[in-house]
Design a protein around this ligand. Structure first.
Ligand code: SF4
Length: 323
């Protein structure tokens, strides 16, 4: 079936001629929204343990996590021979530049790792950290061949919402302009920038989610990830949802697929779509409303929905805005 959206799966193949597998690692960074610098309670939905696989825990060294990640993925995806270290847990540019340098270089020293993907908050980047990333990106790595002589470096920002009222309500500790600045400054250095958004945050309506699309289109992003809000047990947001269910949108899987299609129709066609839904292990949530459906199954249903609605990414945008 022809892909009716710009799938991120094809991105590395197009750019480097092969599939690159991301390996999630926890390098032991923390987050300014938890350690008291910006806040102490974290974002109201946050429980990092729910969002990373078992092989990545900060008690293990970076190289050990990478080895275990490769062993884990080789059983499932035999095709990948090169990997990206994905600094996912907490805020991975939050620390002194020398500490960041050490962690990134350690990951890049793994013989099968050809790059790093750094997940972070928009308020945890500055010129000195971008200088470091540029220096790493432009420095040939010992023992690596073309096209990976110099490392692949991508930065991924948790933006979550384009609305300041939402960001304030969920206790993010930064506003949307901060996210815009971070994305623009990072893209201006020539990096591929990704962003993460949550669909269904309290107080947001379906219309608001659709109205975010032109704002997302206006950011110099290379890729986006969308996750449906998942209420992780024990978080402040889970409590809020119990006390104020009226603040939360709930979708059946069918309704959610239509929402994603409506969003895709409004996104510029060159934006890579890396994810449209999230998976949290069932033990972290009270209920799995859509059953135990896996991401690849949701993507399959999305393909079918795009086909049955005979539409595609960017369908509602005028072609003239891309020239
Ligand atoms: S920025 Fe990330 S790690 Fe920090 S509190 Fe929010 S969700 Fe948790």
């Amino acid at each position: 079936m022809e892909k009716r959206y710009n799938s991120y799966t094809g991105y590395f193949k197009e750019k480097y001629g092969e599939r690159l597998q991301k390996l999630v690692i926890d390098a032991g960074f923390t987050c300014p929204n938890r350690d008291g610098t910006v806040g102490t309670g974290g974002c109201s939905y946050c429980d990092n343990a729910a969002f990373h696989p078992g092989y990545s825990t900060s008690g293990k060294g970076i190289l050990q996590q990478l080895d275990e990640g490769i062993a884990f993925h080789q059983v499932r995806y035999r095709r990948a021979s090169h990997y990206l270290a994905y600094f996912q847990s907490y805020s991975n540019t939050y620390g002194p530049v020398e500490r960041l340098r050490e962690a990134y270089i350690e990951a890049l020293s793994h013989p099968q790792v050809v790059g790093i993907v750094i997940g972070t908050r928009p308020d945890c980047i500055d010129e000195a950290k971008l200088d470091l990333l540029e220096e790493l990106r432009d420095t040939p790595m010992p023992g690596k061949d073309e096209p990976f002589r110099t490392p692949v470096i991508q930065i991924e920002y948790g933006i979550e919402s384009c609305y300041d009222s939402t960001l304030e309500h969920i206790g993010r500790g930064h506003g949307f302009e901060c996210a815009r600045r971070a994305v623009e400054n990072t893209a201006a250095r020539g990096f591929d920038v990704g962003a993460h958004f949550i669909l269904g945050l309290p107080g947001e309506t379906r219309q608001m989610l659709l109205e975010e699309c032109p704002i997302i289109n206006s950011l110099p992003l290379n890729s986006v990830k969308f996750h449906q809000l998942q209420l992780v047990k024990g978080t402040r947001m889970e409590k809020e949802a119990r006390e104020h269910p009226e603040r939360f949108l709930e979708w059946t899987l069918d309704e959610y697929l239509d929402l994603v299609v409506d969003i895709l129709e409004r996104l510029r066609p060159d934006l890579y779509i890396e994810r449209v839904a999230g998976e949290v292990p069932p033990r972290f949530v009270e209920s799995t409303r859509w059953g135990l459906i896996r991401n690849f199954q949701i993507l399959h249903l999305l393909d079918e929905r795009l086909e049955s609605r005979d539409t595609r990414q960017g369908a509602l945008l005028s072609p003239s805005i891309f020239v």
